[in-house]
Design a protein around this ligand. Sequence first.
Ligand code: UD1
Length: 344
Amino acid sequence: MKKRILVTGGTGYIGSHTTVELQNAGYDVVIIDNLSNSHEGVLDGIEGITGIRPKFYKGDCTDYKTLEKVFEENPGIEGIINFAASKAVGESIEKPLLYYRNNLVTLINLLDLMPKYGVKGIVFSSSCTVYGEPDVNPIDETAPVKQATSPYGATKQMSEEIITDFVRSGAPIKSILLRYFNPVGAHPTALIGELPNGVPQNLIPYLTQTAAGIREKLTVFGDDYPTPDGSCIRDFIDVVDLAKAHVVAMERMLENKSEEKLEIFNLGTGNGLSVLQLIDAFQRATGVKVNYIIGPRREGDIEKIWADPKKANTVLGWKAQVPIEETMRNAWKWQVSLTEKKEK
Ligand code: UD1
C-alpha cells in the first residue's frame, strides 16, 4: 500500500513541487492549505504533471479541530512535511504576531497530533536564515545559530527548538530539519511555479516580471559589498532539486535508515553566485535582457552565504543537479506561461 503523507502548505511554491515528487515516488499525498498565498488551481498543475490529483483540504493548520479532522478522515498518515508558514521577511517585521501565530501554532498543533495518530516523522522547512551573517563560507550544519534579525527568522529558530525539545522529551516521533538556501526556478513543464502575491520581494520573481515587462526595472540592492563584483552572494537552488530532498528525507525517517531521531541538513548547491552573476546567467540562458539598475543596499541583507551541502550529499545521498542556466530557463518559461494565462 502507498504510504500516506500529509503536506501542509502543499499548494504553495515548494509544497507543490514536493507533492509532485512525492507522488512520482509512489506516496499518497493529502494536502492542507489555507490558500493565503496560493490557490486551488495549483492542484490542476500537480495533476497535469503526475496524473494524480492529491486530496485537498482548504483549511488553516492553526485551527486544531480543522487539523484533527484531516487525521481522522485520512487514517494511517505516516509522515508530515510542514510548509504551512508565512515567509515574507518585511511583512514579519510589520506583523510579528501573525508570524508567531501562523508559524508556531501550526507546528505545535502538528506535533501534538502526531503521537495520537501514530505519525512517525515530520520534515520541517527551515532556512539558512538561522545562521545569520556567517563567519565563514561555505557554511555547514555545525555553524552557530545566530540572533534572528526578523520575526520570520525567529519563527524558524523557535520551530527548530520546539521540535528538538519535543523529540528530546521522548515523544515517539522523528524529525528532519531542512535548512534551505535560496530556492528558485519552476517545474520544467511550467505547470507549477512560484506565484508571488503583489509586488515580489524576492529576486527571481522580480527579475522574471521585469523581463516580462510587468515591472519597469529591477533594482540590484547594493554593489558595494566586499564581494568580487560588489553584489550579495547566495546559493540558488533549483526548486525541483529541493523538492526531491524532501522525498529522500521522508524515506529516511519512515524506513528507519538512521538511528538518529533528529537530524539537520543544509540544502544548497555549494556554489555561491552573486546577484549580478545570476542576472547574467538568466540573460545568457534565455536570451532575454533584464533592465536593471544598481540601487542602495536593502536593510538587513546578508552579505554572502552559501552552503556546504556535504552532509546532505553523503548522509542523505542527495545532490543538487539542475544547472543554474536550466533553472533560469524554467523560471522564464513559468513567467511566460503566467502571462499567457492572464491574456486568455
Ligand atoms: C530572504 C530571507 C530568507 C528567506 C527568503 C524567502 C533574510 C536574510 N533572508 O532571503 O530567510 O527564506 O528571503 O523569502 O532575510 N535582491 C535584489 N533586488 C530585488 C530583490 C532581491 O538585488 O529586487 C537581492 C537581495 O538584496 C539579496 C538577493 O537578491 O542579496 C536575494 O534576495 P531574496 O530573493 O529576497 O532572498 P534573501 O534575502 O536571500
